[in-house]
Write a protein that binds this ligand. Structure first.
Ligand SMILES: Cc1cc2nc3c(=O)[nH]c(=O)nc-3n(C[C@H](O)[C@H](O)[C@H](O)COP(=O)(O)OP(=O)(O)OC[C@H]3O[C@@H](n4cnc5c(N)ncnc54)[C@H](O)[C@@H]3O)c2cc1C
Length: 386
């Protein structure tokens, strides 16, 4: 007999799960909004970074090797090709649709979905509760309706009503913003400035975060992929306040930078100090370093002391910023149903027939296509069991 299956939520993982399972099951997707896969359109700045060629142990908060060995990146991308998507890898091994438009990813998924007569989509249905009755699940919606299913797949992303699942004896971790800008003290005059090739460092107990990339100063925050990745590590550890450091010239060590600044002092000796770092850093950043080193902008460069040069080196190589919270421009949330609560098929150990996919599970990845990869792979794994 064909299983009657409910998929709660209509995002990336739900659509993939429905397409892959539809040959064996009778599926109903319940989506609260009027569209499926809306978030896909916002991904990768509208281009959708749908996967990454390489995974390593730092790609996710937990070791997913048991799941990832069942579906490789290549097999996921091959499946996308089979449903009509052409893709390419950029220089950082991130996969994008060849159209450079996230619409293409959503379109091929929806086209594949529409080929299947076994999939019914109900829009405007907000899931609110679930009850286990014998071997079936009764699912409740905010319009006071309910339906009963043999199997239920929870694909509600980071909006999963975790308290509802706690009642089914499932252990969860509350959602916290991740992959977002970090709030800092006001960055005087730096708002809007981008700086490339900086190294961001932060001591996090067992992990020493160290990553090089571009940052973007906002008035009361710092953004950029490298900061997003730092935020992901901080969120996982529930850090609310911490110092982190930026090396603005990682290609020099401290000694080399001191010697370089000393030779620059000889070269530009007659200039005013306000122009000393001009040509190396944009104005506001140069001003920040010069005022930090207590160098009078109106004096001549030749008068800068060795002590002031050393202070400049410290400010450039080891500039301290204090993280004071997370901005709510997060791409994902860390948290969800603990993976230890699920078996190798992502089925609740305590509730057979109840599955979790995508961001509903306490799995979060760094920037680079890893979160969508998890959405696709977790959906494919569950689809085999429906
Ligand atoms: C701006 C932005 C950019 C991103 N860029 C990337 C990227 O380039 N690469 C990458 O790998 N990841 C990216 N991500 C993360 C990625 O989008 C998510 O990890 C992924 O969409 C998770 O898929 P999901 O199916 O678990 O959840 P979602 O895609 O969030 O789907 C959940 C669905 O459930 C529905 N829903 C929620 N609550 C209810 C309810 N009570 N009843 C019924 N329906 C409900 C929602 O409307 C939604 O349609 C980005 C995220 C954002 C916000």
């Amino acid at each position: 007999m064909t299983n009657k299956v409910a998929i709660l939520g209509g995002g990336a993982s739900a659509i993939m799960c429905a397409i892959k399972a539809s040959l064996s099951s009778n599926i109903t997707i319940f989506e609260k909004s009027a569209k499926l896969g809306k978030k896909i359109l916002a991904t990768g700045n509208g281009r959708c970074n749908l996967a990454n060629k390489y995974m390593n142990k730092h790609s996710y908060n937990i070791d997913l090797s048991n799941y990832l060995k069942r579906y490789s990146v290549q097999s996921v991308l091959k499946y996308f090709q089979d449903i009509g998507l052409e893709y390419y890898f950029d220089e950082e091994n991130r996969a994008y649709p060849i159209s450079n438009s996230a619409n293409s990813v959503r379109d091929v998924l929806l086209n594949a979905l529409n080929q299947n007569k076994n999939i019914n989509v109900k829009y405007g249905k907000t899931f609110v509760d679930i009850k286990k009755i014998d071997n079936k699940y009764q699912v409740f919606f905010d319009d006071n309706t309910s339906e009963t299913f043999d199997k239920v797949v929870v694909a509600l992303g980071n909006e999963t009503n975790l308290d509802v699942f706690k009642k089914l004896n499932i252990i969860v971790e509350g959602f916290k913003p991740s992959l977002c800008s970090l709030k800092t003290m006001p960055n005087k005059n730096l708002g809007g400035i981008r700086v490339s090739n900086v190294k961001v460092l932060c001591e996090l107990g067992n992990i020493n975060f160290e990553e090089t990339g571009e940052i973007l100063f906002k008035e009361n925050a710092i953004s950029g992929i490298v900061i997003f990745n730092l935020s992901c590590h901080l969120a996982r550890k529930n850090v609310k306040n911490i110092d982190f450091f930026i090396d603005f010239l990682p290609k020099f060590n401290k000694n080399e930078l001191f010697l370089y600044l000393k030779s620059r002092k000889e070269l530009l000796g007659e200039y005013l100090c306000k122009d000393f770092l001009c040509g190396v850093f944009v104005g506001a950043l140069a001003d920040l370093f010069m005022s930090g080193a207590k160098i009078n902008p109106a004096q001549k460069v030749i008068n800068i002391s060795d002590k002031q040069l050393s202070a400049l080196v410290d400010l450039i190589k080891n500039h301290k910023f204090t993280m004071m919270g997370y901005e709510n421009n997060n791409q994902v949330m860390s948290g969800g149903v603990l993976i230890d609560e699920l078996d190798e098929n992502l089925q609740s150990k305590a509730n057979s027939g109840l599955y979790f996919v995508g961001e509903a599970v306490n799995v979060d990845g760094v920037c680079g296509g890893y979160n969508l990869m998890w959405a696709w792979i977790s959906a494919m794994i569950v689809s085999e069991c429906l």
